[in-house]
Structures are given as structure tokens and as C-alpha cells.
Design a protein. Structure first.
Length: 469
């Protein structure tokens, strides 16, 4: 049996709560009965439904006990305030007991989750490591990730996100990172900022407020907001390291050559030349790799392990994962970028597709980019230029905002339009042919994943694995 992560006495001490219903030991922490594992502490958060309604279900699935704000018919620790505040205290206690742990934090308008997980791949090669899972980067996800951190952790990395100002500041103060990276700043969530992208940049700079004294701030020198971020990092006492394509960068990207399923990165790290392979093909991974190398260095991971981690890190689902999908008479390649989209990531993904060698056509299926404010229609129509520059053969669009792009496309590039992703999926499925390379990209909220799922289902039909017997 795994060593306890928390005992009920530990939890009571950390949260200022009181034990009830008998003592217990927990090997994990869960806020959702659907993903709860036997031995977990169930945290009964208030949400759309009160988590206290699910305590019996949690215990039936093997929960060790519950963190609650009222007495329960189960072993529990009763918090003195609300349960979220108790979870925050538990996270801080986890941070403070792992005194040896070097902590990193990642934010940015694009690439947070992939960069966080690539860093974790390197940390794992260097010793006991811990990180966020999925996109657990908000006011619940960050304290939950901290609370799950084992006491013997040597290195950890946390993803920190935001939609509004003043969201990152409390989260970075929970983590108190020794090193932070801002991947880039762009027009994302701008509808929530009256001053647009400048407001986004200042909100990202909040991550420096939690930086440990003398900590490292790793910043994108190619980004227009570099000087603002650098000034804010230095004001907070951080030591700035830069990545990008300029000669003065600590991690300098020289070249990025992508082929089917992999790429070779040519770089200089503190002036030392190196070439290394990665399993990513998106052009943005040239820059991402530089950020990962600097963060792993800041968290005391040696370069050999860092390069090994980058060389084996595969694209995450919905973030560039590729599939060969069988059709009668051949197969086509699906590039699934359906998890998220904004003007920066769209331009990078389109450029990457344009450089792709193929015997067939280069096709994109795009759904709405969300939270872009009053400039949303212009951002969508503006994708016509990178699509032309990349010589994309056919463009399929779904959503009211993507109608602006559809109207801006020349007739020869128009593949099909629908008001919803669900409506577009069958039209694209009918058009795709063997030899094509098809990229699906859009915001998660505009359901781009439905299109990717529809294309994958074509392979089941072709092979018979999806047919009733």
C-alpha cells in the first residue's frame, strides 16, 4: 500500500479543523467522485452542487475520508471556514513541509500546459517530481495540485492561468516558485481587459509577486511585452533569463527543421551550440524548447536529462497529436489541435501545416476563437493572410466568428462553412481523401474536438472496428 499523503491529524493541523468519525490516512486528494481513487481524501467543495451531497458516493468508491464544513456520516475533518479555504491551507502545508523542493511555475497566453508537462518530463528524470495534471491552473486547481504534492518531492512545476486581472497573484503566492516562465503574451482573454493586450501583459506579470527572493524569471525576448515583463520581474527581485531568436538571448533559437512526426532544433544555450531532436512539429516548439531548457536548468536538472526529456516528449491530446486515419484506398493524417486557439497559436499552426510535406492536400478546419473582445471579427478575418502564405488548399470554418474568415477567403480556398462544429464535421468527413493532411483547430468552447472525433471515426468505418456485428 502506498505511503499516506495525509493523515486526518495532519489535515486537521494544517487546516485548523477538527477530526470526526474516526481517524484515517489518505493516499491522494480528490474533488470529483468521477475520478476519485480508493484511498483519496474527498474534498467537499461547493459548486454547481454542494460537494457534501457526494460524500456517500465518495465513500462507496473507497475514499479514506472527507474534508467538510459540516458533520458527515464518514470519517472527516471539519474545517473552521469554507472548504476551499481549507484546501488552500492544505496546499500551503504541503508546500512548507517539502522544504527541499525546488518549485517552478508556468504562465503565458499560449503553450502553458504543454510547456508545463515538458518541464515535468525533465524533472521526473532527475528525481521525485510533481506537477499539475491536465490544465489544473485556476483558484481550485493550483491549491489542489499543491495539496497532492508528496513530502519527499524534490522538484515540482505548476501551471498558473487567468481570465481576469488579480487571478494569478494569489496563486503564485501559494506556490512561491523559485523559477517562473512566461511563454508569451498575446491577444487572449482581451474581452476582460479594457486596455486589451497591455492589460493581459500586466496580469501575466503578477506571477513575479510570488517569486522566492533571488528567483529566476524566464521571459520571451521575441515578445513585444518583454521589456514590461522584465521590468516587473526585476522590481520583484527576480533574475531575468531570456529565450528567443536574438543574439543576446540566454537560450537562442537558431533554426527549427520539422519533418513528419519530429523536428530538429538548432540552438545556443549560454553561447554553447547544440542540435537536438524533438517529437513535436509545430514551429512554436522551437521557442517552447528554449523555455523548457532554461526552466529545467533553474530547477537543477542537468542538460543531458533535459535534452532526453525533450527528445521523448510526445504531443498532448488536442495539442498537436497526430493520427493516421485509414480510408478505403489509403489514409490521411489528422493533426488534432482542437483543445484551444487564439491568434498567436492559429498563425503558428497554419505556418507549420504549410511547411508539411504531403502527397495530398493541406486542409484546415477552424472553429471560433473565444474571448477576443470587440476585435474578434478582425482577428478571425486576419487569418486569411497566413492561410494564403502557407498555401493551404482548403479551409473549412464553423461558428459565427469564423464566418468573418470565410467571407475573407477566395472561392478557390473555401471548403465548407457551418454555424456549428457539429454541423461542419460531416461535410469535412465527406471531403477528405487519402494522402491529405488535415488540421483541426479552435477554442475548446467552440467544440473543435467534435470535428476531430468525426474524422477519427472514419478510420473505424474503414477498418470495420466501428461497425455493429
Amino acid at each position: 500500500m502506498a505511503d499516506p499523503l495525509w493523515t486526518s491529524a495532519d489535515i486537521a493541523r494544517a487546516t485548523g479543523g477538527a477530526e470526526g468519525g474516526g481517524g484515517f490516512s489518505a493516499t491522494g486528494v480528490s474533488i470529483d467522485t468521477r475520478s476519485l481513487e480508493p484511498g483519496d481524501l474527498f474534498v467537499a467543495l461547493a459548486g454547481v452542487r454542494d460537494g457534501h451531497e457526494f460524500i456517500a458516493q465518495a465513500m462507496a468508491k473507497g475514499a479514506a475520508g472527507a474534508l467538510v464544513s459540516q458533520d458527515a456520516d464518514a470519517p472527516f475533518v471539519k474545517a473552521t471556514g469554507d472548504v476551499l479555504a481549507a484546501l488552500e491551507k492544505l496546499g500551503v502545508a504541503a508546500r512548507d513541509r517539502a522544504v527541499q523542493a525546488k518549485r517552478g511555475a508556468v504562465t503565458g497566453s499560449v503553450g502553458k500546459t504543454s510547456v508545463t508537462q515538458a518541464i515535468m518530463a525533465g524533472l521526473s528524470l532527475a528525481g521525485p517530481a510533481h506537477s499539475s495534471i491536465k490544465s489544473y491552473n485556476n483558484h481550485i486547481g493550483v491549491p489542489l495540485t499543491l495539496a497532492r504534492m508528496p513530502a519527499d518531492t524534490e522538484r515540482a512545476v505548476f501551471e498558473i492561468g487567468m481570465n481576469h486581472a488579480d487571478e494569478i497573484r494569489p496563486l503564485t503566492k501559494f506556490v512561491r516558485p523559485h523559477a517562473v516562465v512566461v511563454t508569451t503574451v498575446g491577444p487572449v482573454h482581451t474581452e476582460n481587459f479594457p486596455d486589451g493586450e497591455a492589460g493581459v501583459a500586466r496580469a501575466k506579470a503578477e506571477i513575479f509577486d510570488g517569486l522566492e527572493p533571488g528567483g529566476v524569471a524566464i521571459l520571451n525576448a521575441d515578445n513585444r511585452w518583454f521589456d514590461l515583463l522584465k521590468a516587473e520581474a526585476e522590481r520583484a527581485g527576480g533574475r531575468v533569463l531570456s529565450f528567443g531568436t536574438g543574439e543576446a538571448c540566454d537560450a537562442r533559437l537558431i533554426d527549427f527543421q520539422a519533418e513528419r512526426g519530429h523536428a530538429v532544433v538548432q540552438a545556443r544555450l549560454h553561447g554553447k551550440a547544440m542540435d537536438f531532436p524533438i517529437l513535436q512539429t509545430g514551429f512554436h516548439w522551437g521557442s517552447n524548447s528554449m523555455a523548457v531548457l532554461l526552466m529545467l536548468e533553474a530547477l537543477d536538472v542537468d542538460l543531458d536529462k533535459s535534452l532526453a526529456a525533450l527528445g521523448s516528449f510526445e504531443p498532448l491530446a488536442g495539442r498537436g497529436a497526430e493520427s493516421n486515419v485509414a480510408l478505403k484506398g489509403g489514409a490521411f493524417t489528422l493533426i488534432d489541435e482542437s483543445y484551444n486557439a487564439n491568434p498567436i497559436s492559429m498563425a503558428s499552426a497554419i505556418k507549420t501545416l504549410g511547411a508539411r510535406e504531403t502527397s495530398g492536400r493541406r486542409i484546415v478546419a477552424l472553429t471560433d476563437m473565444l474571448e477576443l473582445g470587440p476585435e474578434a471579427q478582425a482577428f478571425h478575418a486576419g487569418l486569411a493572410a497566413p492561410l494564403e502564405a502557407a498555401s493551404i488548399d482548403l479551409v473549412f470554418c464553423a461558428g459565427p466568428l469564423m464566418k468573418s474568415l470565410w467571407d475573407a477567403l477566395p472561392p478557390t480556398r473555401r471548403g465548407g462553412y457551418a454555424e456549428t462544429a457539429a454541423g461542419l464535421a460531416p461535410r469535412l468527413a465527406q471531403a477528405v481523401e487519402a494522402g491529405d493532411v488535415v488540421m483541426v483547430k479552435g477554442s475548446n468552447g467552440s467544440k473543435a474536438g467534435l470535428i476531430a472525433q468525426g474524422l477519427l471515426a472514419l478510420g473505424d468505418l474503414a477498418t470495420g472496428s466501428g461497425e455493429a456485428g
